[in-house]
Ligand binder design. Sequence first.
Ligand code: BGC
Ligand code: NOJ
Length: 794
Amino acid sequence: METFGHFEDASREYVITRPDTPWPWINYMGTEDFFSLISNTAGGYCFCRDAKFRRILRYRYNGVPMDAGGRYYYIKDGDSVWNPGWKPCKTTLDSYECRHGMGYSRIKGCKDGLEADALFFVPIGHRCEVHRIRLTNTGSAPKRIQLYSFAEWCLWNASTDMENFQRNLSTGEVEVEGKVIYHKTEYRERRNHYAFFGVNRPFDGFDTDRETFIGMYNGFEAPQQVLSGKSGNSLAHGWSPIASHRFDIGLEPGASEEFIFVLGYVENPSDKKFVAPGVINKEAALRMMDAFAAPEQVDAAFAALKAFWDGLMGRFTLQSDVPELDRTVNIWNQYQCMITFFFSRSASYFESGIGRGMGFRDSNQDLAGIVHLIPERARQRILDIAATQFPDGGCYHQYQPLTKRGNNDIGGGFNDDPLWLIFGTVAYIRETGDFGILDERVPFDNKPGTEVSLLDHLKISFKHVTDNLGPHGLPLIGRADWNDCLNLNCFSDNPDESFQTTENKSEGSKAESLMIAGLFVAEGRDFAELLERIGDSGAALVREAVANMETAVKKHGWDGEWFLRAYDYYGNKIGSRECEEGKIFIESQGWCTMARIGADEGLCDKALDSACKLLECEHGLVLNTPAYTSYIKDYGEISSYPGGYKENAGIFCHNNPWVIIGEAMAGRADDAWRHYCKITPAFCKDQNLRKVEPYAFCQMVAGKDAAKPGEGKNSWLTGTAAWTWKAVSEAILGIKPQFDGLLIEPCIPARYGNYKIHRRFREAEYDITIRYSGKAGSVFIPYKPGKQELEINL
Ligand code: BGC
Ligand code: NOJ
């Protein structure tokens, strides 16, 4: 089978060996507030803090050709012009390799006895990308070549940058001084930030005006200056500012030259913006340039970045007999959890960085993937999210990372949202034991003076559900629950209305959700336990509400062989054998089995059997079946997707782990394992079919009704990362953080039951050897700081 690369576990890298991957295979760089997306051909962009408002490089989504724009290096060697990453020139290389590692990418291209090795990373503590370009003459004759850099500036707001041309084409401003090109559009007025692209050696020519560098009717693959071996030394005024440096280089056989480029971002205090009228204050940029002037400084910064990731990845490690499992657990799943924590759903090759801020539910779920890695940052995130809640417990569906304020365009009304705050906080406290977070004072809707404790926020989250029950005693769905596309109050027949925000009818709606019901029971139990731990008398009422909900689910939410999905606006069943299409849905099977509702009466086993029988296909469990074949106004967006895609019978990977955990809780190890392997990319053999990165989970893989079942989409930014992490680390491998220790309770097929885990837990380091025979059982390890070796036979 055709392959485009392979895993290299020892270096925690994925090695891409052909540049023409079936879709750009990307990586992320950055750990604090400066972030970059970089594809295997060096395409992509960077931004500071906010992918919409502080975009540094321009990028054209869904362009022709695909993946246009990035940080490109051009080499002109005689008549041939090429790039180490193949694109944009696409000149055939003698060899090519791209290594995507933890927070860096290294792209190497060779042609005609010249090797170009480009290392890209975002150093810790700096707002910049560092590019180390090493050119080596591997041939036997001396070479005279030219190296060009290239980057195109975005005029900061990535949205208006692509819209408001009547203004944009007149605003662009740059400065060139010393070894640095500065992009200062709009700095003259309200902005106090600029970007720069500099290099550690004097250059032989430059360009800052796109038209001069590329030529009006050329593409990135044929910049006229590079073709002619010159530079225009152009200064951009309006139009499209860019940055390009040129070097004329002589290389003896065996000789190497190294160039260190820094692509950075600077903010200045408003009274220190200029050093002379119109001349920007370059001090901070020059300090950053100085920090990477010498190769040793770059080596040290790169080593520090590696140490950062080594530290993180060393907190939970697995040694099993299944290499695909080890590399997923030890490297790529945890890495993706960090990425989703940083980016939420904002910027990927499927998310434009302008559409969506930080999701309330998304960010809470992402916490589950990183609380064991960066607990301090999880703590801050919880407080930021809680501050976007309303006094009645509802919350903004999204907030903007730059301001941390709720997004008015979308508003609230998604009735699952409040419960996820309980989910995220419980995950955090179980991991850290930091009950103190519950006392933190947090405002509503970011309004000073409205502060209450985080604990009170959790209480009103819980109460928001009990305040909003429908006719069957089940939670009202509101605009939508976790499934944003099940829009039961929307009733839209106008294509210009948003499914997410339109409520053509909501007064008197009876629409209820079994997904929220399951979530409420599962999280309600955790919440009650938390309250009991801190001696809060509210626990009893919480337990009572949970018990009532269980009764309601058994009475009104059971369809005979599986759990119903919802009641619609009129009180009709959704996800029932009585329905023609959409007879069964995954979300309620997952949540109600995780909540163990009716387990003693056999409901969970029946629901799981039905999921295996009806929802499972070759590549995973589909969201619903049969797929909707036409638009149903009463249901909204779900029925707008062609069958097999997205929320209409796609394999929506995010919810597969809910069933996996439900299976494990029911002791069904073989089923849990099979579902897990199907959605985990490391087990996938057909890279062409999967199309997207073989090292990243997808939000969605095309389901059995699609034209190409198994084709992956929406890789990287998805709750799948955190949920598969929870499923594999807790449910399958059985390492379950509790408020006062670790519960070891595996559920894995016995043939894989011998493994070792190193687990950092608070101030403890556990080395656990597990021998699991397949029988149900568990061992509790009370928390005790220090190193411990444990042998567990079950
Ligand atoms: C997508 C959902 C997403 C929603 C909100 C829908 O079009 O199908 O997956 O949650 O938009 O952005
Ligand atoms: C993606 C969204 O980010 C998430 O919030 C939602 O739960 C799923 N789509 C399902 O619709």
